[in-house]
Design a protein around this ligand. Structure first.
Ligand SMILES: CC(=O)N[C@@H](CCC[C@H](N)C(=O)O)C(=O)O
Length: 374
């Protein structure tokens, strides 16, 4: 595939972002591209909205897995691109359009020039939520082709094009989604003393929850509680009877997720008394931390030595990834790919540089060749 093809594919995918487990158009698009390049060495299976592509090696002793996530986010795009999302309110704001394009490019090269080992390309749905990795790796389709080692990449807006980055050990945090529904007694805006105002309760809850991180957890353990969405009431002159908070918990220690949840539940009990209301909590999806195995990070670093790609040491980040659930079962690693965007991940103006597409494809192909041809 030429640089032009990569740009076209990325732009076409960018226009059709879909939320987790609803990636029907994306799946159809990917299947058509895979079909164009398939030979008798290639077998394809679908799992829900995901796809598994198996490329048989010439003399296999193991199977190498490369995973790309395929879903978008519920974010209203504001890039001004002439190839912006055609699905209003949904955007590839986490670079999964890049991840898929790079996977297709590497797949194409591996089909044209196979290695000794088998290679499995995994197009996984629902990374942003509710989590596709766990159910996918438990599926019959996946288990039939379970890789011996696995890897994945994620775009890094803050790194320049031409740079990749990783580390052994912890790369990404443990996560848990957080959904809170408040129910009190609504009323007229002019009579606050006769109502139980859920806007005030939820607002105070957001502030108090921040103190779990600063006052209840060991400061040496990294943790984050972020409320990304808040909704309450219907009109400016009525007291809100309901409120909803949506957020996420992140910790660098798997056990700290439990502590944060215990503290949240204490807070909930206190708020129910203080604000005379009911609060329902739902923890949604949980992802296990991404832990890279040193051996594979070293092999990756070595594989890049004769390319123009620069490897730099990463620090752990509080981002989450359900790829952590794959790495818990299958040894491997994940790396960051520099894409030099002035706006970060999950921003409505994320603008990764398309020059990074060929860098990503080269890094993936080079690594597979280096461990799959020996
Ligand atoms: C790389 C990245 O940005 N991943 C997401 C994963 C989201 C998990 C889940 N929906 C949650 O918010 O806990 C991230 O936000 O880090």
């Amino acid at each position: 595939m030429t640089a032009i093809d990569l740009q076209t594919i990325r732009r076409e995918l960018h226009q059709i972002p879909e939320l987790g487990f609803r990636e029907e158009k994306t799946q159809k698009y990917l299947l058509a591209k895979i079909q164009e390049m398939a030979t008798d060495r290639v077998e394809v299976r679908t799992w829900r909205t995901g796809i598994l592509v198996h490329v048989s090696g010439t003399n296999p002793t193991k199977r190498i897995g490369f995973r790309s996530d395929i879903d978008g986010l519920p974010i209203l795009e504001d890039t001004g691109f002439d190839f912006a999302s055609t699905h209003r309110g949904q955007m590839h704001a986490c670079g999964h359009d890049f991840h898929m394009t790079i996977a297709l490019a590497a797949l194409n090269r591996l089909i044209e020039q196979p290695v000794k080992d088998d290679v499995l390309f995994i197009f996984q749905p629902a990374e942003e939520g509710p989590g596709g990795a766990k159910p996918m790796i438990a599926s019959e389709e996946f288990l039939a082709w379970k890789p011996d080692t696995i890897f994945a990449l994620h775009i890094a807006p803050e790194l320049p094009v031409g740079q990749v980055s990783s580390k052994s050990g912890l790369l990404f945090a443990n996560t848990s989604e957080l959904f809170l529904d408040f129910k009190g007694l609504g009323g007229h805006a002019a009579y606050p003393h006769l109502a139980k105002d859920m806007t005030v309760a939820a607002s105070n809850f957001v502030v108090q929850a921040q103190q779990i991180v600063s006052r209840r957890l060991n400061p040496l353990d990294g943790s984050v509680v972020t409320i990304g969405k808040m909704e309450s009431g219907f009109v400016q002159n009525a007291i809100a009877e309901t409120a909803r908070l949506e957020g996420t918990i992140r910790t660098t220690e798997a056990s700290s997720i439990i502590l944060v949840k215990e503290e949240l539940e204490r807070l909930i009990k206190g708020f129910e008394i203080a604000y005379d209301c009911q609060i329902n909590v739902d923890y949604g999806a949980n992802y296990y931390q991404v832990v890279n195995e040193e051996k594979y990070v070293e092999l990756f670093k070595t594989s890049l030595e004769n390319t123009g790609i620069t490897y730099v040491q990463a620090s752990a980040a509080m981002t989450g990834e359900d790829f952590g659930d794959m790495l818990k079962e299958i040894p491997g690693f994940m790396f960051w790919l520099g894409v030099n965007s002035p706006y970060g991940l999950h921003h409505a103006k994320l603008t990764p540089d398309e020059a990074a597409l060929s860098v990503g494809a080269e890094a993936v192909e080079t690594y597979i060749r280096s461990i799959g041809s020996v």
